[in-house]
Design a protein around this ligand. Structure first.
Ligand SMILES: Nc1ncnc2c1ncn2[C@@H]1O[C@H](COP(=O)(O)OP(=O)(O)OP(=O)(O)O)[C@@H](O)[C@H]1O
Length: 598
């Protein structure tokens, strides 16, 4: 079963004890090797009370490990006690934060996770209420408050210390507000990690107890670890958990907004045992050569025979970005001209796919764009990640839970959809009476205790069923229809209609399962992390302060962190295709890109 693993993959497979870091290039079979090692350990060792903790950063990445265990390595047993397979966050929640959080937070009961991805935080009692920032802030290793949302989300300029060296009044108010809300038991996911680290530091017995429950820790995508998470890994390591394997690709670290720092991965690589995977099994040699310039590997080799020699040479094409004459409202390049230049590139890309015998569907072909660039591409009016195009209004965040809940519900994610709908609808009913209302799990329990589960569910389903479908509708269309239908209940949903002209499928869809807006996969580079396509068109915009040409002309190590991350995002996008890679950049920049990449 393991004979086709490469020598370096076999080093991972056979690694037994101690701490080691695996530095791996794109497409080198990181997840594949993790699954191979787990399957071998499961077959060879008797695990009674101490298991394997296999952790990654997203549910999708964890599902991929679970999938590979079954499909590639014939593991029949379900990964349950004494093992754990899940996200690092869910591990921290289950083993540290939920059972012990109250010890540090001072709350009486088990804490409750709020904010994304659990629910929309909606307390906002008055205009500059510090409570409204609860889900947008957390604390760092030194107990300083930090932002975990774009700076535009705050009503003030984030300057930590004022001239006299004191903490800025707005920031101090948020710190006080966070501590008050911790006492009531609320925490967002970043807070949960911060509190978990505090627990391990303050209660060494808790740390020892968790360290004792696992023989092996394997952490995939470890380049995405932040300081707090690495602090937790160190605390467990110092408390007796001796077998850590971190596996990742520092060049693909693109979660800086989550405070991920690839330098933490590098530090561990320098301190611990080392394994290197530099063979790419996904892409052609032409693509590997093209991307090498953005890689920290000396050379990445294409090793899959059927793909390595594929003769398509990656190409760079220019489009016309919208442009206004300086200081005026006069267009030099109108939005229509710009859009038409994209259409031409699209046609060229589709023709190239056809010439290469690649059928255009969501599995094979992807058009990827940068998360924060305004996406005028392909007639998408708004970029769903751009803060200024946020359609949700303060004091009405429950509307987001409801629309998202209905969308998920209609797309087969019943449990998560119902959970969001339940919270959103209860807030929609109670907020008009009391605008500080926030629907907690304990409030829902109280309703169920008073009314009985049947009446509670019947009432909710009456409203859920009455809501129109979210499929193929813009947010504005859906809100208007729902408001007409709900007027008899005196429930009215409000959004920022200027930003509501976006398809709900586009807003919440995960592209592969739902949302048939485009025949190909169309999404941000972030959304395509870990994926493989036959052909990729990567659209790179040009934003103020984020000029790729300037970035490319400088030595990578001298670039500021945000620019380094920007180039890593480009790298993740460029490493997704097996055969065809096309880059679309502003036409003025084409030559610079060509000199750098060819
Ligand atoms: N030794 C091997 N034999 C056969 N197939 C392999 C082997 N190693 C990896 N693969 C396959 O190569 C592909 C790439 O592997 P995988 O997705 O694990 O790479 P990765 O390192 O996680 O990539 P990336 O970080 O770029 O997303 C997968 O289809 C995997 O099943």
């Amino acid at each position: 079963m393991y004979s086709h693993l490469s020598d370096s993959q076999k080093e991972i497979l056979n690694y037994d004890a101690g701490c080691v870091v695996v530095k791996a290039c794109p497409g080198s079979g990181k997840t594949y090797s993790v699954a191979a090692r787990m399957s071998k350990l499961l077959a060879q060792k008797k695990f009674r009370h101490k298991g394997i903790a296999a952790l990654s950063f997203t549910n999708v990445a964890c599902e991929e490990i679970a999938d590979k265990l079954i499909v590639d390595f014939d593991v029949k047993q379900k990964i349950g006690y004494p093992h754990f397979l899940g996200t690092l966050d869910s591990f921290i929640n289950q083993y540290i934060f939920m059972p012990y959080g109250h010890l540090v937070m001072g709350c009486k009961q088990r804490p409750e996770l709020v904010g994304e991805p659990y629910s929309t935080w909606s307390i906002n009692r008055y205009e500059r209420d510090p409570h409204q920032y609860f889900d947008k802030t957390t604390f760092d290793l030194n107990d300083n408050l930090i932002m975990i949302a774009p700076h535009q989300a705050f009503h003030f300029k984030w300057i930590y210390l004022n001239k006299s060296g004191e903490i800025n009044g707005n920031i101090q108010n948020i710190i006080n507000s966070k501590n008050d809300l911790f006492k009531v038991g609320y925490a967002n996911q970043s807070d949960a990690n911060y509190i978990a680290l505090k627990i391990l530091q303050k209660y060494p017995l808790v740390a020892q107890n968790i360290a004792n429950q696992f023989e092996y820790f394997i952490i995939d995508e470890a380049q995405d670890t932040n300081d707090i998470q690495m602090g937790i890994i160190d605390a467990l390591n110092n408390s007796g958990a001796g077998n850590f394997m971190l596996i990742g690709d520092r060049d693909q670290s693109i979660f800086e907004w989550n405070n991920a720092r690839p330098e933490l991965f590098d530090e561990k690589y320098n301190q611990w045992g080392k394994i290197e995977l530099n063979e790419n099994r996904r892409s052609s040699e032409n693509i590997c050569r093209f991307i090498n310039f953005l890689s920290s590997f000396d050379r990445i080799k294409a090793v899959t025979k059927s793909i390595a020699t594929y003769d398509y040479v990656p190409s760079i094409v220019g489009y016309k970005p919208e442009k206004k004459k300086r200081g005026t409202q006069n267009w030099i390049v109108t939005p229509e001209e710009s859009k038409s230049s994209f259409d031409k590139i699209m046609c060229l890309f589709c023709a190239t796919c056809e010439e290469n015998g690649i059928e255009i569907n969501k599995d094979n072909v992807a058009i990827l764009y940068r998360g924060q660039s305004k996406s005028q591409f392909l007639g998408v009016q708004r970029d769903k990640f751009e803060f200024s195009s946020n359609p949700w209004l303060p004091n009405n965040y429950h509307v987001k839970d409801i629309v998202k809940g209905k969308h998920l519900y209609e797309n087969g994610e019943f449990k998560e959809g119902y959970r969001l709908l339940e919270k959103g609808i209860i807030e929609a009913i109670n907020k008009p009476k009391n605008n500080t209302f926030y629907c907690t799990n304990s409030f829902i329990q109280l309703l169920i205790d008073n009314n009985g589960i049947k009446e509670h569910r019947d009432n909710l389903f009456e409203l859920i069923e009455l809501m129109p479908t979210t499929k193929k509708k813009t947010l504005n269309e859906w809100i208007n229809e729902t408001n007409t239908l709900f007027s008899k209940f005196k429930i009215k949903f409000q959004i920022e209609i200027d930003n509501g002209n976006i398809q709900i499928d586009e807003l919440f869809g995960n592209n592969m399962n739902h949302g048939d807006v485009h025949p190909f996969y169309f999404g941000t580079v972030h959304s395509a992390k870990g994926k493989t396509f036959e052909a990729v068109l990567l659209l790179l915009g040009k934003k103020a302060g984020m000029n790729y040409v300037n970035m490319l002309s400088r030595d990578f190590s001298t670039l500021k962190p945000a620019y380094q991350e920007e180039l890593r995002i480009v790298y993740v996008g460029m490493t997704r295709p097996r055969k065809v890679l096309m880059l679309a950049v502003p036409e003025d920049d084409v030559n610079e890109w060509k000199t750098k990449l060819n």
